[in-house]
Design a protein around this ligand. Structure first.
Ligand code: F6R
Ligand code: MG
Ligand code: MG
Length: 373
């Protein structure tokens, strides 16, 4: 049995005309560096793309998760890209590079990563979802629907191979030291929902079938926690395996038909619908959004990638996008009011507290009545 690791490592190292899109020269640079890494046998195969302003490095190799050579490759590519970006004065060049030197792993250094080591099945279809202008908890709802909701995934009822359900590894991302809990579905479903409904705190990190087969992996890196201030949203990625004893690809994709509300969007400070889009529409424009997700499908064979197919480049998602834009029109009319704008507690790492601190000094215990003139 061939063991392959899929590593998706991503960073916003600068973008074109604001926080909109990764410029071609960065995609080309990344492709060049990863091609060289294939020749040097650091990785087996790769695909470079972007989700809005995030550069996405999809890599396969046989070195396992958290491998220093693979992480170094991603780090060096981001550093070189950021330098080039600074020279060309693209916007926010080097944004997600928060450490001065590489410490052996990109975790805690700015870039986000999702990794999964699989024993390749006879045929190995999988999807990678990459979102822009939102946070890792944005995947909680669709992941729950894929792996625990029989109204989305018929196989939970019909297919004896996963009728027993799945185990969800949930991370408390507010803790400084990563903390995890393991919840089994269906029996602990209500406890699981009690946690993952709080999308800003509890994030699904991995999902396993009851026999231990890994089915999903998500990036859970928090930029503001590393930097201590607002840098940008922690635009997440997820790797999902499908079929032959796992949810079918159509069940995986069905989970994205509701453009559910997520936090992020303009200045990482607003609630908006997560809109599934084709790669050609992966550019956050209106009010820096709405938050978007792309989905690419691959087959893997001895570490080699076949594909991708652009899942959301399909008329079947037109009505979802239409509904998302109706929600956008409705929400935008609330302007700076909650709940369109996030709750104060969630604004802690934005620039709002500095504005509010000026107002605070003007409060008095006496109610003020302006003098009549
Ligand atoms: C959201 C995001 C953007 C920026 C906004 C302001 O994650 O990156 O919405 O927050 O465009 O950008 P600055 O502060 O760079 O002018
Ligand atoms: Mg950006
Ligand atoms: Mg982004």
């Amino acid at each position: 049995m061939v063991e392959t690791t899929i590593s998706v490592i991503k960073a916003d190292i600068g973008s074109l005309a604001g926080h909109v899109i990764v410029p071609d020269f960065l995609l080309e640079l990344a492709r060049k560096r990863l091609r060289e890494a294939v020749d040097k046998k650091i990785i087996k195969d790769f695909y470079v793309t972007h989700a809005g302003d995030d550069l996405e490095l999809i890599m396969t190799h046989d070195k396992g998760e958290d491998n220093e050579d693979v992480h170094q490759l991603a780090w060096d590519t981001f550093i070189e890209g950021a330098e080039l970006g600074r020279k060309k004065k693209i916007y926010a060049a080097g944004q997600d590079i928060l450490a001065d030197t590489f410490s052996g792993n990109v975790k805690g250094q700015g870039p986000g990563s999702a990794e999964m080591t699989i024993e390749e099945r006879k045929s190995e279809p999988f999807a990678i979802f990459m979102a822009d202008k939102t946070e890792p908890g944005a995947f909680n709802l669709p992941l729950f629907r894929m792996f625990a909701d029989p109204f989305c995934t018929a196989g939970l009822v019909i297919d004896p191979n996963f009728h027993d359900g799945f185990r969800f590894i949930v991370q408390d991302i507010k803790k400084e030291v990563p903390c995890y809990v393991d919840m089994a579905c269906p029996e602990e479903m209500y406890d699981l929902l009690a946690l993952i409904g709080s999308t800003g705190r509890y994030t699904i990190k991995k999902i396993y079938r009851r026999d231990g087969m890994v089915a999903a992996a998500v990036s859970t890196d928090k930029l503001h926690q590393i930097a201590g201030k607002y840098i940008g949203k922690d635009d997440p990625v997820a790797i999902i395996r499908a079929h032959s004893g796992l949810p079918a690809m159509g069940e995986v994709l069905e989970a994205f038909t509701l453009p559910h509300l997520v936090s992020g969007w303009m200045r990482g400070s607003h609630i908006g619908p997560l809109m599934p889009v084709a790669l050609k529409d992966s550019r956050c424009t209106r009010f820096d959004g709405p938050p978007r997700v792309i989905g690419l499908g691959f087959q893997i064979s001895n570490g080699e990638l076949l594909g991708p197919i652009d899942f959301f480049e399909d008329v079947a998602f037109d009505s979802t996008r239409q509904r998302a834009m109706e929600a956008v029109d409705y929400l935008r009319r609330h302007g700076p009011f909650m709940p369109h704008r996030l709750h104060d507690l969630d604004m802690e790492y934005t620039t709002l507290p500095s504005v509010l601190s000026k107002c605070e000094t003007r409060f008095t215990e006496e109610e003020i009545v302006p003098e009549k003139k």
